[in-house]
Design a protein. Structure first.
Length: 430
């Protein structure tokens, strides 16, 4: 490890400790590395620009963010909520089940856990808290836990970023997320069922059968979006990046023209929020391009691969250790930083071990989603706390049961790779 690298890491840690945004901190510390190592500072701009110009798939990120913002601003999420209430509201702990099912459906449209929690999740928390029907901490915890399904079921913004750094097929990764997403839904519903029986949570009023056609009819247009996206991708009609544009356009047509829920002022606010969110991610990506250049220059991946080769680890044990590493980092770092900085360091070792990179990618994204709800710095914990005012301590206290059940699901995905790989392999991705 060179002196320039040590100074760079020290500056990065120091600036982040002082509260600086991770993207600008990465770029600033990267520039310091170039200066100390005697390289041309212009390499930073060249590396970042080349990275963006060569990553067409990155266009999907702002488009999926825009689609999620449109759905939250319009009445789309409300229609999905009514549909979920009709399907599972009659069970013990009905609104908690509705929360999970709504997240599953919404995940097929937005690709973002934060969009899920901040949109329809906030509405559900308010419903669950009304008349003290559910403890506020429990309502917030199940909302955060179910929001982790968002980036697992396709489309998925983190999987787009992983595809960029790993050179894997976005289509294969999207398909690989279907099984794990359904597994996470099932185990969360099992946890809610057990907790609801023990704590005697209420059921919702049974909806008359005559109302079902109207509820389903109102939900059909939004429910068609995942089918249109996946059908178009795997039918060859458009690429995953073009699918993001289709998702944005379809959401805008539904909310703006069909439902007339978005006016000029709301549309402008959606654009501003999309630009702001996209800019934050773009700064992290720019810093990651520079970091990856430095990591390659320092030959860190080769050193790690050589060090690991001295241990007689099976692929499964190695994947378990890497998952543990990402779980720990997920308590402190955001998902984009881990995907763009840590994953490129680990990838050469994964290839040397013969681990399927689609399987690894899905496992990594699941790890990161669990990190979003893990104390002390789980991002979703703070998002829900700021949106609802529910005490962070009560959210964390209720969250541990859901973290445990999601970790069990993650372990199953690692030990049984076909949960991830069966669908991609069946549809021709090898």
């Amino acid at each position: 490890m060179s002196l320039a690298l040590i100074v760079m890491l020290a500056i990065l840690a120091g600036t982040c400790a002082l509260g600086a945004a991770i993207g600008p901190a990465m770029i600033a510390s990267g520039l310091v590395y170039l200066i100390i190592s005697g390289q041309d500072v212009g390499l930073a701009a060249e590396t970042i620009l080349n990275g963006f110009f060569n990553s067409f798939v990155l266009l999907a990120v702002p488009l999926f963010i825009f689609a999620a913002n449109v759905m939250n601003a319009g009445t789309i999420s409300e229609r999905l909520l009514d549909f979920s209430l009709a399907m599972v509201g009659r069970f013990r702990g009905g609104l908690a089940h509705v929360n999970i099912l709504t997240s599953l459906i919404f995940s097929g449209m937005s690709g973002s856990a934060i969009a899920d929690a901040a949109g329809v999740g906030k509405v559900l928390i308010d419903m669950m808290r009304a008349n003290n029907r559910y403890p506020p901490g429990f309502a917030a915890a199940i909302t955060g836990a179910s929001a982790t399904i968002g980036p697992i079921i396709p489309p998925s913004i983190p999987m787009v970023l992983y595809a960029m750094v790993s050179d894997q097929s976005v289509g294969a990764l999207f398909l690989g997320g279907v099984g794990p997403g359904l597994l996470m839904t099932a185990v969360l519903m099992l946890a809610v069922w057990l907790i609801s029986r023990r704590r005697n949570f209420p059921t919702e009023a049974t909806i008359p059968w005559r109302r079902y056609p109207g509820i389903v009819g109102r939900a059909i247009p939004p429910l068609l979006m995942p089918g249109i996206l996946l059908g178009g991708i795997y039918g060859g009609a458009f690429t995953p990046t073009e699918a993001a544009a289709v998702a944005a356009f379809y959401a805008l047509i539904l909310a703006g023209l069909a439902y007339r829920a978005i006016g000029p002022r709301t549309f402008f606010a959606i654009l501003v929020d999309t630009v702001r969110s996209s800019a934050v991610i773009a700064m992290i990506i720019a810093g990651a391009f520079l970091f990856n250049y430095i990591i390659a220059t320092e030959q860190i991946p080769n050193a790690i691969a050589a060090w690991l080769s001295g241990f007689s680890l099976s692929p499964v044990v190695f994947l378990l250790l890497v998952s543990l590493l990402f779980l720990v980092f997920g308590c402190f770092l955001d998902a984009a930083t881990m995907l763009l900085v840590l994953v490129p360091i680990i990838l050469p070792s994964m290839k040397a071990m013969g681990i399927d990179l689609v399987h690894f990618g899905v496992v990594v994204v699941v790890n990161m989603m669990i990190g979003l709800i893990t104390p002390p710095y789980g991002v979703l914990l703070f998002v829900i706390n700021s949106l609802t005012g529910i005490e962070l301590a009560s959210i964390i206290r209720e969250m541990w049961a859901f973290i445990a059940i999601l970790l069990a699901a993650l372990l199953l995905m690692i030990l049984v790779p076909d949960i991830v790989l069966w669908l991609p392999h069946t549809l021709g991705y090898s």
